[in-house]
Write a protein that binds this ligand. Sequence first.
Ligand code: PLP
Length: 391
Amino acid sequence: MITSRKSYVSKMVSELKPSGIRKFFDLAAGMEGVISLGVGEPDFVTPWHVREEAIRSLEQGFTAYTPNAGLLELRQEIAQYMYNEFDVTYDPEHEVIVTVGASSAIDIAMRTILDPGDEVIVVEPCFVSYVPTVELAGGTAVTVQALQENDFKILPEQLEAVTTERTKAIMICSPNNPTGTMLSKADLEGIATYAIKHDLLVISDEIYAELAYDENYTSFAAINDMRERTILINGFSKGFAMTGWRLGFVCAPQEISEAMLKVFQYQLMCASTMAQYAAIEALRNGRPEVDMMVKSYRRRRNFIVESFNEMGLSCHNPGGAFYAFPSIKSTGLSSQEFAEQLLQQEKVAVVPGDVFGESGEGHIRCSYASSLENLQEAVTRIKRFVESLEK
Ligand code: PLP
């Protein structure tokens, strides 16, 4: 007799926690009149000339698979872009892979480098996929907390404290989601010294590199001697306003790239063909729109950060991305309580900071990729909510 199993779902997957961001989207979706500062994507539509290239590719019948690593023409543009913008040289034939968003780049990087039990240091607060991606690849994620008093930057001694024989890589992200913190060249050099000392790989998520506001942005791979130990992740979603196209890329030294390509070819085969044609156009002729969008985000950042500080929610000035991460500790509420009550009382959706890691507790993430009018109304409502707590 066949006895039925309790569940067909693997132990690992059944133990995975669903993303805390989704929970708030679902709550907000059922309500009317909600202003959402929850979504982590540009409010701009992809520029028309970029969309037109995708249409043109369809008209010409380019509907087949591309090479696994992506159209060579696009990889050449990416290599040129990396050189022009970030001063790093990659061989387009062997060191660049076009992926399905930065998400699949993170996934193939982890699956390529990890043996069971290998450890990856993940700096929190961070994008919600890092820890699950490490775990799904059979590795162990060791989290380390970047603190507000250090401007949400990690200190080398914090990294030293969690490094073991099994540590294989460290995952960093600058500008950061959710804090907006941008690491300076000196910060990156500190991480580089640590990586050399322990012979580690660095997975650098640079998806927000275009959205850097105040200082000169430095790519981790541009730091002396780091190119050889860096897996650099970037893409079109954020800077080029192309989230729905699902197009990213990963650059790494040839040995690692070729290994990642093996994983990618079995996982996804290649990225969407029409999206790749659009991306060629975005890299060739998209600069004016990117600059315009960055200018607009900067204006909104200045407005929202100033507003939070004025209402007594201390907010550090994010150097990049489109997130403000104010502290709500003065209200005495937890991040979850604040977000839930704000949504119920004033219909503003924000993301509780703890979903990004322990050190995110006491904060909320507010995306300012929303119109200035929306932001003004949201700020008025949040202020009214905070004042109601004081009574
Ligand atoms: N990395 C970070 C830090 C992100 O914030 C996101 C999306 O929010 C991603 C990667 C995923 O990007 P993509 O849409 O290109 O998969």
